[in-house]
Design a protein around this ligand. Structure first.
Ligand code: PEP
Ligand code: MG
Length: 569
């Protein structure tokens, strides 16, 4: 969920092809269906002819060659000749047969030992999407950023879809699937618009053009409200707008509890451009720069120079405030073609995050060099994700040592050693925190994964989302253990998972010994407000009581009770 209210016309977003259904045809429908398919095929072919010409003229031979390889997929016998025959033989709709063909071709290419052929999988999927969009009469251009003033409704969205929507001025985002801590939801919150994920079957019932009211605070949506309801929603939206203005005015004040304890407020960002919004919202630094999102946006590896520019811009954008750059956290639900990711039964327990970086040490070194170079422009700290053993931390550190030494030599000693930190997001790391802490300068608790791994609940699976309880005593005991050891060894500890941005959680985290909270910039003012109205002493008492609980519901009730006493902004 991302907070805020919106009311506007729906635009159904069908990027993931999940809208395709299988329908049987009567023999009578076959000729019409074949004509329909051929028209779609011709239209995509024409599109490519024009695109190749334009690319040749304006971009260059390399770009034109990429488009030509897409054209060749359209010329594949399956799409050109077999599909119309199959419509006749199997009496199935063309979209379904396109989808089948795409899946079959992608499967074959995906298993090829030749990396070039494996990389063609994404192209095949892209061609499939274009054919299907033509067949379903989905306005392909309208799927692209630039569409303004609509509420995007989709069955599900991948993090890379959200990146593509980022520059579109959309009003709100609603998906049937997804959970609040999925990477897609985290990305969606960064759009700064109301977001409701896991909304049921809205993409099936709604049509493009229908009106939808979205309340990102409560998760409520209202399809085609009547004029009275619309007037009510407009009043609500006006009230929310004036509240938001007040919140922003208070954002500049430091976060100090009523009994004088200072909490550091940090921002989670995914791109350099967010730095100024982070400062405006009252962030004192970046606590988590999710670097993999730029890779996802491009769907490819970024060069050292490209990465350096991104990190440098973020560092400069923060105007002297520290920036924690997290190394790539790919895998799980964040995939790009280079990774040659085998299909895994349990991707979140598999080849993910630092494990990928250690495996592709060449890719890892390129990133580390870019970060080291960016550190010449301001205070940069480096953070390794998903540490589960001391061994992998030592391996990552050794590679960083190598890169830093190399760069120090090249730059004639200009770059000093950066502060090094790790994320505590696997229970094993919280359990051996005493062994990990001496090796690092700081730590940050990634509760999104810590909850997932501690409670064995897939953070992306709405069917088990009722088991996903950040307030579970097991989780808060692990946070407590981590914070205690950090204090004992005098190492700063922050929380950068989504709970850090949940106003009602702040007092508990503070009471558990956390003194830095890192969150989506737009959430900072509201969390600050809670801190301004809570005492540290109360927070410690709250945490003590929570630590004695045996059930998440008891802790949730306590947080709710405490939060009720905070005056509204
Ligand atoms: C986390 O796991 O809490 C975290 C901040 O990392 P991500 O959400 O990117 O996995
Ligand atoms: Mg994580």
């Amino acid at each position: 969920m991302a907070e805020g209210l919106a009311l506007g016309p729906i635009h159904l977003y069908a990027e993931d092809l999940s809208c395709v259904i299988r329908s049987e045809l009567s023999p009578h429908d076959v000729p019409k269906e074949i004509v329909r398919y051929k028209a779609a095929h011709d239209s995509v072919t024409e599109y490519y002819e024009v695109a190749v010409e334009e690319a040749q003229r304006e971009l260059g031979e390399e770009e034109a060659a990429i488009l030509r390889s897409h054209q060749m997929i359209l010329e594949d016998p399956y799409f050109k000749e077999e599909l119309p025959l199959l419509v006749q033989k199997r009496l199935l709709n063309a979209e379904w047969l396109v989808l089948e063909g795409v899946q079959r071709l992608a499967d074959t290419l995906g298993k090829s030992p030749d990396p070039y052929l494996r990389e063609r999988v994404a192209d095949v999927q892209d061609i499939g999407k274009q054919l299907i969009h033509r067949l379903l009469d989905i306005d392909w251009e309208a799927q692209m950023p630039g569409r303004e003033g609509v509420v995007i409704v989709a069955r599900d969205l991948a993090p890379s879809d959200i990146v593509r929507l980022k520059s579109a001025k959309i009003l709100a985002l609603v998906t049937d699937q997804g959970t609040p801590t999925s990477h897609s939801a985290i990305m969606a919150r960064l759009l700064g618009i109301p977001v409701v994920m896991g909304a049921g079957e809205v993409s099936k019932t709604a049509l493009s053009g229908d009106m939808l009211f979205v309340d990102g605070n409560s998760g409520l949506i209202h399809l085609n409200p009547d004029p009275r309801a619309i007037r009510r929603y407009h009043r609500k939206m006006q009230a929310a707008e004036s509240r938001r203005t007040k919140i922003l005015l208070a954002a500049a004040e430091p976060a100090i509890t009523t009994d004088g304890v200072r909490i550091t407020m940090l921002a989670n960002i995914v791109e350099a451009e967010e730095a100024s919004a982070a400062l405006k919202a009252g962030a004192e630094g970046v606590g988590l720069f999710r670097t993999e999102m730029s890779f996802l946006a491009q769907g490819r590896l970024l060069s050292e120079d490209e990465q350096y520019e991104i990190y440098r811009d973020a560092v400069e954008g923060m105007k002297g405030a520290p920036v924690v750059i997290r190394t790539l956290d790919l895998g799980g639900d964040k995939l790009i073609p280079f990774m040659d990711q085998p299909a895994e039964a349990n991707p979140f327990l598999g080849w993910r995050s630092l494990r990928v970086s250690l495996h592709h040490s060449d890719v890892f070194k390129v990133q580390l060099r870019a970060i080291v170079r960016a550190s010449l422009h301001g205070p940069v700290k480096i953070m390794f994700p998903m540490i589960s053993t001391t061994d992998e931390l030592k391996r990552a550190m050794a590679i960083l040592d190598e890169v830093e030494e190399e760069f120090a030599h090249e730059s004639h000693g200009h770059a000093g050693q950066m502060n090094r930190g790790i994320m505590i997001e696997v229970p094993s790391a919280a359990i051996i925190i005493d062994a990990l802490l001496p090796l690092v300068d700081f730590i940050s608790v990634g509760t999104n994964d810590l909850v997932q791994y501690t409670l064995a609940v897939d953070r992306n699976n709405p069917r088990v989302s009722s088991y996903y309880r950040p307030a579970d005593p097991s989780v808060i005991r692990l946070i407590r253990r981590t914070a205690r050891w950090a204090r004992r060894l005098n190492k700063p500890v922050s929380v950068c998972g989504e709970v850090a941005g949940q106003p009602r959680f702040a007092p508990l985290l503070i009471g558990l010994g956390i003194s830095q909270l890192s969150m989506t910039p737009s959430l900072i003012p509201e969390v600050k407000h809670v801190i301004h109205h809570s005492s540290h002493e109360q927070s410690v008492a709250l945490a003590r009581r929570a630590l004695r609980c045996s059930e998440a519901s008891e802790v949730e009730e306590m947080l709710h009770e405490h939060y009720r006493r905070i005056p509204p902004m």
